[in-house]
Ligand binder design. Structure first.
Ligand code: AMP
Length: 192
C-alpha cells in the first residue's frame, strides 16, 4: 500500500499524533516540517539558527527555506513509497511549491485530511501541552499568533484541495483513538 497524504489542522488539533498513527497504519514516513526545524534548532545548524527567529514568535519560516527543505526530504528514498506531510503546506505559495515538487517526482497526493476543532478546545489542549512538553514556542503570544496564521493562511487552502476532490474533513474532537478511527475510515478508500 502507498499513501501520499497531507494532514492539516490548527495547533492543538492532535495533527502530529495522528500523523504518526497514520504513518504506522500505511507504512510510510511522516514528514513534519516543525520537527525538522526543531531538530535543526537543537543541533544549532545554520538552518536551525535561521528558523529559530521565526518559530519562537510563532511566525512562518520563509517559504524559500521551507520549500527547499521539503523538496530535499521528499526526494529521500524512504518517501518514494509514500509519506504523510504534517505541517506543510501552510500557505498558498507552499501549495504551489508542493505541486511542483511532486510533479518533478512524477507523483501526486492521494488526499488531504483536515482535522477540525473549535478554538476553545484547541486553547485548552495547548495549555496542557505547554505544561507537559515545555516547548519554547508554546507561549501565550506565540500560540495565539500560530492560530491566527492558521485561520488566515492555512485554513483557506482546504478549499483549494476540496476543489481538486482531495479533501477529507474529520472531526478532531474527542478521544485520540476515536479520531484515528475516523481518519482511517475516511482515508482507507482513497489510498492506493
Ligand atoms: P509545528 O510543529 O507544525 O507547530 O511548527 C512549529 C513552527 O515551525 C511553526 O510555528 C513555524 O514557525 C515553523 N514551521 C513549521 N512548518 C512550517 C511551514 N510549512 N512553513 C513555515 N514555517 C513552518
Amino acid at each position: 500500500m502507498s499513501a501520499r497524504l497531507v494532514i492539516m489542522g490548527p495547533q492543538g488539533s492532535g495533527k502530529g499524533t495522528q500523523a504518526l498513527r497514520l504513518a504506522e497504519r500505511f507504512g510510510v514516513p511522516t514528514i513534519s516540517t516543525g520537527d525538522i526545524f526543531r531538530a535543526n534548532i537543537k543541533g544549532s545548524t545554520a538552518l536551525g539558527l535561521l528558523a529559530q527567529s521565526y518559530t519562537a514568535k510563532g511566525d512562518l519560516v520563509p517559504d524559500s527555506v521551507t520549500n527547499d527543505m521539503v523538496k530535499d526530504r521528499l526526494a529521500q528514498p524512504d518517501a518514494a513509497g509514500g509519506f504523510i506531510l504534517d505541517g506543510y503546506p501552510r500557505n498558498a505559495a507552499q501549495v504551489t511549491a508542493l505541486d511542483a515538487i511532486l510533479a518533478d517526482l512524477d507523483t501526486r497526493l492521494d488526499a488531504v485530511a483536515e482535522l477540525v476543532a473549535d478554538r476553545d478546545e484547541l486553547l485548552a489542549r495547548l495549555a496542557r501541552r505547554a505544561e507537559i512538553e515545555g516547548r519554547e514556542d508554546d507561549t501565550e503570544l506565540a500560540i495565539a499568533r500560530r492560530l491566527d496564521i492558521y485561520d488566515e493562511q492555512t485554513a483557506p487552502l482546504t478549499s483549494a484541495y476540496d476543489a481538486r476532490g482531495l479533501l477529507v474533513r474529520v472531526d478532531g474532537t474527542g478521544d485520540i483513538d476515536e479520531v484515528t478511527a475516523r481518519l482511517v475510515a475516511a482515508l482507507d478508500p482513497v489510498v492506493r
